[in-house]
Write a protein that binds this ligand. Structure first.
Ligand code: NAP
Length: 470
């Protein structure tokens, strides 16, 4: 009876996980996706907990309390810090898989007295689990540290000659030791070799991340997500837990698909990402600083907007920092009331996490129909009267098209520069995430509105409201 209930729960949880991923495809169903995912996980945990072989309930309660103590504050971080928070979650997932794998190996060494026997199949899964788990742990910690701008972790890519040979060499030694331990798991040297594999995996995680520059970090976090999923698959085989295999496979494959989509969006080669071989920054000629920045007043900008027939709003990280989305909604209302066609151009890596802009704009109830993806909006940009850039920088930087050696070279951008007029809101002349100048701001048809995005957009709304409809 208990077995049948567990089987049913596993199927139900798997179905909920698949539905959750499916519903995530569309902002309209994304909330259902969250509910389905959480319910699936609850069913999975309860179904596993009530297995007859689980006897130490106190430890499980303690682990759940520990999870809450860490998880609740983590869930309260601002939206702008979600990428590093996600990286931390992957780190915990990787650590859990690595520790379970290590414990299962040492239990199995006792000749099957406490743990299951170390068969070749089990050993292969164990080795995969600890390598993937521990490299995900240190790699994700490094990625979180880089994004959080922790002082002692260099933000810029750290590269040296022969780096790939060293990195691949470390991984190859770990895999070779893994093959040896799999063949002879219980000889005198095997536990030492196993611990060496753990050490090499931890080291590989660090080596994998240090050559990677900030602009590529989102893709790397997504790949680490995929590694965490794969280590969970291996753990599922080790523990004989089918649900863990399904959940890990979904996690691993969705992370992989997201990484590929992001690689395409940023024009990165996926193999380079896998081997952490990109992100080298070379100095590029600074062109922007030689030209003058032209400023516009809020009154002038409001007039330009009022006279336009089509406006494309290009939001970026600055809109998130300023929490300007509600003011942006008011501006949208003011403009559409005047019969102006307003669209929001969404770059796949605008902000600090995939879908960042979609989440903010949905929060402000901006209709989904007003949102356009990069490929859809770019052909329309030459006919656009005003491109209103709100706290976006790298995703509208024309240097991405031609500046070889720039960290954003090859990344497709939103063609704001092709609009008839560009209005750009930012606080200063500082660069964006990739740390490079942006010639869009000094282009002949660009006018800057310096200030906090929420305040400037609020002032624009006031101007338009004060003018009334003509
Ligand atoms: P960005 O290049 O980081 O530029 C943001 C701009 O917003 C800055 O130039 C900043 O200029 C301005 N800003 C900041 N606070 C502001 C405020 N309160 N009011 C007005 N402006 C403000 O952003 P982006 O164009 O969205 O590009 C995203 C970058 O992040 C890309 O390089 C991408 O690869 C990277 N990234 C993306 C993700 C992802 O998954 N989406 C994750 C991690 C990294 P001032 O300081 O002068 O105001």
């Amino acid at each position: 009876m208990m077995h049948a209930v567990a089987q049913f729960a596993a199927i139900l949880a798997s179905a909920l996980f698949i539905l959750s991923l499916y519903w995530m495809n569309d902002p309209k169903t994304a909330r259902h996706a969250v509910v389905a995912g959480v319910t699936g996980m609850l069913v999975a945990v309860l179904a596993t907990w009530f297995q007859p072989e689980i006897v130490h309930h106190g430890w499980i309660v303690l682990a759940i309390v520990g999870g809450f103590v860490v998880g609740v504050p983590l869930s309260l971080v601002p939206l702008t810090a979600v990428p590093q928070r996600t990286a931390l979650s992957h780190a915990f997932g990787g650590l859990a898989a690595g520790l379970v794998g290590t414990a299962e190996y040492f239990l199995g060494l006792g000749g099957g007295e406490h743990g299951a026997p170390l068969t070749t199949f089990r050993m292969s899964a164990l080795v995969a689990e600890v390598i993937l788990g521990f490299l995900t742990f240190t790699g994700s910690l490094m990625a979180a540290g880089k994004l959080q701008e922790v002082k002692w972790i260099p933000q810029r890519p750290v590269t040296y000659p022969g780096q790939n040979v060293v990195n691949i060499g470390v991984l190859a030694i770990a895999v070779a030791l893994g093959v040896l331990v799999t063949r002879q798991p219980t000889t005198a040297w095997s536990p030492h070799a196993f611990i060496t594999i753990v050490g090499l995996a931890l080291l590989f995680g660090v080596l994998l991340i240090i050559p990677i520059g900030g602009a590529d970090m989102p893709t790397v976090i997504s790949i680490l997500n995929s590694y965490a999923g794969l280590s969970a698959v291996a753990m599922g085989f080790v523990l004989g837990n089918k649900l863990l295999v399904t959940a890990g496979a979904l996690d691993g494959s969705s992370g992989l698909i997201l990484s590929i989509i992001m690689c395409r969006a940023m024009n990165r080669s996926f193999t380079n990402v896998l081997f952490g071989a990109f992100g080298t920054v070379q100095k590029i000629a600074a062109t922007a600083e030689q030209k003058a920045w032209k400023q516009e007043t809020v009154e002038g900008a409001a007039q330009l907007l009022e006279q336009a027939s089509s406006v494309v709003v290009i939001p970026g990280y600055g809109m998130a920092v300023a929490q300007a989305q509600h003011k942006v909604r008011e501006l949208y209302d003011q403009l559409t009331k005047r019969g102006i066609a307003v669209k929001f151009a969404i770059h796949p890596v605008a902000g600090r996490m995939p879908g960042h802009m979609n989440v903010l704009l949905a929060e402000a109830n901006i209709p989904y129909t007003a949102l356009a993806e990069m490929d859809e909006i770019n052909p329309e940009m030459p006919q656009c009267d005003v491109a209103l850039v709100i706290g976006a920088n790298d995703v509208v930087n024309p240097a991405a098209r031609y500046a070889k050696g720039s960290p954003i070279y090859g990344m497709p951008i939103i063609d704001a520069d092709k609009a008839r007029t560009v209005l750009a809101i930012k606080r200063s002349k500082n660069p964006g995430f990739a740390g490079i100048d942006n010639e869009l701001y000094v282009q002949d048809n660009t006018w800057m509105l310096f200030g906090d995005a929420k305040a400037v957009v609020g002032d624009l709304v006031k101007q338009l409201t004060g003018r009334g409809l003509h």
